[in-house]
Write a protein that binds this ligand. Structure first.
Ligand SMILES: C[S@@+](CC[C@H](N)C(=O)[O-])C[C@H]1O[C@@H](n2cnc3c(N)ncnc32)[C@H](O)[C@@H]1O
Length: 231
């Protein structure tokens, strides 16, 4: 299963809808959940990166909190919408097309990076690679925020899970139906909080983990450079 192409195809087909459109108040529930955390961590002028930004609701939210915000996503359709919203609002948000695990940015480009509920699209190896890149592109003392479910808590008791789960890679096969468009493959990696911590901490020490509601977690990592002299 090629998760990269399947996910891109799915999000391009899904396009933009009221619950993801930053121009629609119905999309704000997702930002509201983490608003307090983001407000505490963002200060005016901070350079913030939204990894897997879709139509940009978190990117615009971080700008509203004072950040100079950039979003990156590999699905053209929602990204195009984000750019239109930015132009309409006179926003300074930048939107780049690209792979959130192969970042096209120079060293010390950002002070904060946010991975909002997108960890499931990364294999274990790709989160490792992303962490190495973040160590380089985040400033000294920069912050990496991961918001995620713990799949063990979320999926315990799901009867069909064993047959959809690949023990070698951690990939769970799934599908999603988009009204009037059809059914799309929607694979997802099985992540737990402990495993995410373990991988990212190889590069960026963990500062805090907080549980939000029943099964949402905010993990905050700090970039205490350098690990390898020439970063
Ligand atoms: C669950 S949506 C979340 C979007 C956004 N964070 C929000 O809350 O509106 C996942 C997004 O991640 C993007 N995505 C998944 N894998 C990606 C990758 N490897 N590189 C860039 N974007 C990716 C998808 O295209 C999609 O827009």
């Amino acid at each position: 299963m090629d998760i990269f192409n399947a996910t891109r195809k799915f999000y391009n087909a899904a396009g933009v809808h009221p619950t993801t459109d930053p121009d629609d108040p119905r999309s704000q529930f997702a930002v509201d959940r983490y608003e307090d955390h983001l407000c505490k961590l963002i200060s005016p002028g901070m350079r913030a990166l939204d990894l897997g930004c879709n139509a940009g609701r978190f990117t615009f939210a971080m700008e509203a909190m004072g950040a100079i915000a950039t979003g990156i996503d590999f699905a053209e359709i929602p990204l195009l919408h984000a750019k239109k919203v930015a132009a309409k609002r006179g926003s300074r948000c930048q939107f780049n097309i690209g792979d959130m695990a192969a970042l096209p940015y120079k060293a010390n480009s950002f002070d904060l990076a946010l991975l909002p509920h997108n960890i499931g699209y990364l294999s274990y190896q790709r989160l490792e690679s992303l962490s190495v890149q973040l160590k380089r592109i985040l400033s000294d003392n920069g912050t990496f925020i991961v918001t995620m479910h713990d799949e063990l808590v979320k999926r315990a008791g799901e009867e069909t899970l064993p047959e959809r789960y690949d023990v070698q890679t951690g990939l769970i096969e799934g599908s999603n139906t988009i009204p009037d468009k059809g059914t799309y493959a929607s694979p997802w990696y099985f992540w737990t909080v402990a495993f995410a911590k373990y991988i990212v901490e190889e590069q960026l020490p963990l500062e805090q983990v907080e549980q939000i509601g029943e099964n949402r977690y905010v993990l905050i990592f700090r970039n205490n450079k350098p690990k390898n002299g020439n970063l």
